[in-house]
Design a protein around this ligand. Structure first.
Ligand SMILES: *Cc1c(COP(=O)(O)O)cnc(C)c1O
Length: 211
């Protein structure tokens, strides 16, 4: 943390448990991990049914609108809000359950064809459109950087996301606090932290290679 000049600030670790069996997740929970990330609704629900509230669940993958109702009361944070129809559905389902759903807006900083997320320029107009949804609360931004051998090449991705979060903060939207920057995975978390990440999503680095 010293290198980033943010000594003492907390970085939240999300243990990405996709494809990891419940036994091994239980071991991780016993060791003190609390936050787990899944990218598929079906898998998340299945694990939730067994593990229950011993973990906090993060939805980190693309979320289909018709599956929102299956997870709305199970997850603490959705990292992948990327379109209006999803915001609308999340708001509706959260209202029905009488809860506030915390979300991060997913940004496709590098504009990769294969990835979901808004372009950097689209984020503020999008945010302004969803401010009216009282049952979702925007807590920050998330990005998945391109996979490269040398993560130095993608430092700019993390930097751009942090800059965007600062611009949003400076606008002072009511009810919006840029609390979390969810960026950094096994291959690139060190650089992500140097550039301001306070939430890293680590799978293989904790559990080894996925099948
Ligand atoms: C799988 C996944 C991760 C974890 O990736 P690793 O390289 O295994 O650390 C992080 N974020 C998202 C959105 C993922 O789908």
């Amino acid at each position: 943390m010293q290198r980033s000049g943010r000594i003492g600030e907390k970085v939240h670790l999300i243990a990405v448990t996709k494809t990891v069996e419940v036994d091994r997740i239980n071991q991780a929970l016993e060791l003190g991990l609390k936050n787990i990330g899944e990218n598929r609704v079906q898998e998340l629900v299945k694990k939730y049914d067994i593990i229950g509230n011993r973990a906090n669940y993060h939805m980190i993958g693309h979320l289909q609108t018709n599956k929102v109702r299956n997870i709305i009361d199970k997850v603490c944070l959705i990292h992948s809000l990327d379109r209006l129809s999803l915001a609308k559905e999340l708001n509706k389902r959260a209202k029905k359950q009488d809860l506030i759903m915390d979300v991060l807006i997913q940004v496709n900083v590098a504009e990769e064809e294969s990835k979901y997320g808004l372009k950097v320029d689209e984020v503020i107009p999008f945010l302004e459109k969803i401010l009216k949804y009282d049952n979702i609360k925007v807590k920050g931004l998330m990005t998945i950087a391109p996979f490269v051998k040398d993560p130095e090449e993608i430092r700019w991705v993390f930097r751009d996301l942090r800059k965007l979060s600062e611009v949003i903060s400076s606008k002072g939207y009511e009810g919006v606090k840029m609390e979390f920057l969810s960026m950094g995975m096994t291959n690139d978390y060190e650089i992500a932290i140097e550039e301001g990440s306070n939430m890293i999503r680590i799978g293989t680095g904790l559990f080894g290679k996925r099948n």
